[in-house]
Design a protein around this ligand. Structure first.
Ligand code: DC
Length: 210
């Protein structure tokens, strides 16, 4: 290995960055932070308690991250709305930076990891896919979980969230200039993982495992 391995993974919703992040974290034995979960927890708690999101972000507790309804699309929309607020982002910044600075190295995925949270990460990915491919995946996932929805609604809600995440002034979704672009439109999770491993190896990092 050459130095501390920090892997920053950004991209729009349902592009496959969460799956890739979990697999890379397991492969390299690194702690993983899904930064979207922080915004989901803030959005859901602020909405439930009628509190200012900035205040919720400032006092976010570990227990808030374990709330049962954080993975829903409603939570995703709430997260995207509170994520435009600069003070919310500021209040979550230190925790994320601290996580990334652990001695062990780390994997973080989100929207601004490579640009704002860890601009010096030695390995950055921008994981994307066509809107059609992402909507298909999300639709299948929701149907698999027994959620009653229709594909056009999934596509419209995803487009709305992507637009808000990309057009906001504070830390918008964008690829870091030194990120490796991984378009997963025609790739399954195994192919994306293999491509990511090959890039990481080119950067001089190898798994210490078998
Ligand atoms: O990755 P996710 O779908 O769980 O993220 C939910 C929302 O949180 C996303 O639409 C925008 C916001 N988010 C953000 O602004 N910055 C991050 N680093 C992660 C998520």
């Amino acid at each position: 290995m050459s130095g501390r391995l920090v892997i920053a993974i950004d991209g729009p919703s349902a592009a496959g960055k969460g799956t890739l992040a979990r697999r890379l974290a397991a492969h390299f034995c690194l702690p993983h932070l899904d930064t979207g979960l922080l915004y989901r927890a803030v959005g859901v708690k602020a909405d439930r308690l009628g509190l200012p999101p900035e205040e919720v972000a400032a006092g976010l507790q570990l227990a808030d991250l374990l709330a049962p309804d954080l993975r829903t699309d409603v939570a995703g929309q709430l997260a995207s709305k509170v994520a435009v607020l600069p003070q919310v982002r500021d209040n979550l910044l230190n925790f994320q930076k601290k996580f990334a600075s652990q001695k062990s190295g780390a994997v973080l995925d989100g929207r601004d990891v490579g640009t704002v949270i860890c601009p010096d990460a030695p390995v950055k990915f921008f994981v994307t896919a066509s809107a059609e491919a992402r909507a298909d995946r999300r639709y299948q996932e929701l149907r698999g979980r027994g959620v009653d929805t229709i594909r056009p609604r999934v596509l419209a809600e995803m487009a709305e969230r992507d637009r808000r995440d990309s057009e906001r002034a504070a830390a918008p979704l964008m690829a870091a200039p030194d990120a490796f672009l991984l378009d997963t439109s025609d790739m399954d999770a195994d192919a994306a993982f293999a491509a990511a491993l090959a890039f990481i190896a080119r950067k001089g990092f190898r798994s210490s495992g078998p």
